[in-house]
Design a protein around this ligand. Structure first.
Ligand code: A3P
Length: 272
């Protein structure tokens, strides 16, 4: 699948909420979290929530900045509320206005081994994506970055250059799994969403894996089941051979070990 880089048509606003993440790092999860935090903090009426939901559903049928009808950029310009923009694009191809506007960017990262497994199942279950005849064949493609949206490692190496940007915050899939409420509080503080403890708790409950999977199955049927597959840390242990695990360790060492982003990911804890 070819990803069209059409996103330079968007002019970022300083209050935009940008969610960046390599595919299968939990972007649907955080998309919902950010929407719920925003809606709750803004204290919209029921009517305003419905209007906002209708507009965003229509606009973001493919809820990624780089996908869908380019006409959406015109409509995005006129949105009367704070925009939540989700993208898998690497920073060097993101619209320059995002960095210039100082819009805040939440970078979501997940350990490479679980990311690889999740993306493998996604490729093999979505008919519009190339499928792989075996895990081994797929593993080679992942290691060489021959997948939609390119190399996982290349993506993170590029983002690592932004670790000192004051408008960029990193959150890991694994820390959210360990303590979702704490993760949500950090996110709310970063974007300036003002919520009580109870409100944070309600958002956390609505965005639990089970709640999201059930809702998605009702609205999207089988596709919902594909999107919300297992939602765990460590599934890679059922897929990787010892040699593959070591190969990935070496790749991480070369690309990210000792970097700010690499440290944040706690590779040794989640990939050993
Ligand atoms: P698995 O395939 O390992 O289950 P994305 O949304 O970026 O496509 O990422 C999908 C991955 O995030 C899937 O991982 C999915 O199950 C997981 N995920 C989605 N919602 C989640 C949630 N609420 N809690 C934990 N994991 C979630």
């Amino acid at each position: 699948m070819q990803v069209n880089i059409i996103s330079n048509k968007i002019y970022a606003r300083s209050d935009d909420v940008i969610l960046a993440g390599y595919p299968k790092n939990g972007t649907n999860w955080l998309d919902q979290v950010l929407n719920d935090l925003e809606i709750t903090a803004a204290k919209y009426t029921e009517e305003e929530i419905n209007e906002r939901t209708n507009i965003t559903n229509e606009l973001f049928v493919m809820p990624r900045l780089e996908l869908g009808d380019p006409e959406k950029f015109k409509r995005m310009k006129e949105l009367p509320f704070r925009r939540i923009i989700v993208t898998h694009l690497s920073p060097e191809v993101l619209p320059k206005s995002i960095f210039k506007s100082k819009a805040k960017i939440l970078l979501l990262v997940r350990n490479p081994k679980d990311t690889a497994v999740s993306y493998f199942h996604f490729h093999n279950n979505i008919p519009t994506l190339p499928s792989f005849s075996s895990w081994d064949e797929y593993f080679t493609a992942f290691m060489h970055g021959k997948l939609c949206w390119g190399s996982y490692f290349g993506y993170l190496v590029e983002w690592n250059k932004h670790m000192d940007d004051e408008n960029v915050m990193v959150i890991t899939y694994e820390e959210l799994k360990e303590n979702q409420t704490l993760g949500l509080k950090k996110i709310a503080d970063f974007f300036g969403f003002s919520l009580s403890e109870e409100e944070i708790q309600t958002v956390a409950e609505k965005s639990s894996f089970e709640a999201m999977k059930e809702k998605s199955f009702k609205t999207h049927g089988t596709f919902g089941k594909i999107l919300f597959r297992k939602g765990i840390v460590g599934d890679w242990k059922d897929h990787f051979s010892e040699a593959q695990s070591k190969e990935m360790d070496r790749k991480f060492e070369v690309c990210l070990a000792g970097t700010k982003l690499g440290e944040k990911m706690k590779y040794g804890v989640y990939c050993n």
